[in-house]
Design a protein around this ligand. Structure first.
Ligand code: BTN
Length: 351
């Protein structure tokens, strides 16, 4: 596991308490190489950080073992090839433009579920905005008790701890705010026409690309903490036969590999911006219109499956609380409450 307390990362070695000395050294060297964009000699790096050239060489070797591509040329020094997709707690927070989301960042090579890990830390009192990322989940959780499967090293799997002063009923609105944020980040980063399938799947060309699972701990009146878990199919080149008609990835749709750390930071930044608006207003209403614009269901026939009841209708809007507004086949105007229903198109298909 790697841990970064972002506030401390780039200060002098001595002021850092959360990063081990070796880790701090190599990420500072990485930062230097990234900013210079040209060869930097081992001697100069050693002088900057007050260490020997062999200590510099060791840090460079460790960075290479983490997947970074660094060219070493005699008499010139080291040059970073910054095109590789690497995810770790340094990359997840490097130059991030958020105030508190990602102020603590935990990275794992593998874990059961980032949501479960986030909940453990939330119980222990981690700060609001703490982010938990994993390359692989052994027991990734989806909605309605399903599993969330994603291949190692290709996707974004992360959870955010939040401590909003809201009622448990209102917590579903945070999932909708997260949906808008992820959708906006995908559109910004890729230019693809990502849409939200109400309440909180993100879809591209009728296939699922993002799943969001929100869990919380609450008393009757107020929420203790909320964990928003997000799984984004980023660079997957294929899916199993079982789901290939229902799932897709940004790579399959856009034909370009994406740097996951950049997408993560863009998503966290979009989310923080929207989350603050949500908290300032105290309700979902400021997002109803933008949600409607991004919603794949609007203007389409839908089939609402609610427990063992099935209703057909036409989706036409989003209420000020984030409910899906639809007109049933008898002309009655109805609202579907997030979390209660499963929406399918009229043929019963996913979108
Ligand atoms: C869904 O069923 O659509 C929701 C899927 C949510 C998956 C993400 S991946 C990161 C986080 N950790 C989990 O165990 N689940 C969520």
């Amino acid at each position: 596991m790697g841990y970064v307390n972002r506030l401390n990362v780039y200060r002098s070695v001595r002021s850092v308490i959360k990063l081990q000395r070796g880790e701090l050294m190599r990420y500072n060297i990485l930062k230097l190489l990234r900013e210079r964009k040209s060869f930097v000699s081992g001697e100069e790096i050693g002088e900057i950080f007050d260490v020997s050239r062999s200590a510099v060489w060791k840090s460079i070797s460790k960075l290479k073992s983490e997947g970074y591509i660094i060219e070493s040329v005699t008499n010139k020094g080291y040059l970073l090839n910054d095109t590789v997709d690497i995810l770790n707690s340094f990359e997840a927070t490097y130059n991030i433009n958020t105030e508190f989301i990602g102020s603590e960042c935990f990275y794992y090579n593998e874990i059961d579920s980032t949501n479960d890990e986030a909940k453990k830390y939330a119980e222990k009192g981690c700060s609001e905005g703490a982010v938990f990322i994993s390359e692989l989940q052994k027991n990734g959780k989806g909605r309605l008790g399903r599993n969330w499967k994603a291949k190692k090293g290709e996707n974004l799997l992360f959870s955010i701890v939040l401590k909003p002063q809201i009622t448990p009923m209102e917590a579903t609105q945070i999932t909708l705010v997260a949906g808008i944020s992820v959708c906006s980040a995908l559109r910004k980063m890729t230019g693809l026409d990502a849409k939200i399938k109400w309440p909180n799947d993100i879809v591209l060309n009728g296939k699922k690309i993002v799943g969001i699972l929100t869990e919380m701990s609450a008393a009757i009146e107020n929420v203790k903490y909320v964990v928003v878990g997000i799984g984004i199919n980023v660079n997957s080149e294929n899916f199993s036969e079982e789901i290939q008609n229902k799932a897709t990835s940004l790579y399959l749709e856009g034909k370009k590999k994406i740097k996951r750390a950049e997408l993560l930071k863009c998503t966290l930044s979009e989310f923080e911006k929207n989350y603050k608006i949500y908290l300032e207003n105290g309700f979902f209403e400021p997002f109803s219109e933008i949600y409607k614009q991004l919603c794949a269901n609007i203007g389409k026939r839908i089939k609402i499956i609610y427990k063992d009841k099935i209703i057909f209708g036409m989706a036409y809007g989003i209420s000020e609380n984030g409910e899906l507004l639809f007109e049933d086949d008898n002309g009655n105007k109805k609202k579907a409450l997030s979390g209660e229903v499963s929406v399918r198109n009229e043929n019963g298909e996913y979108v």
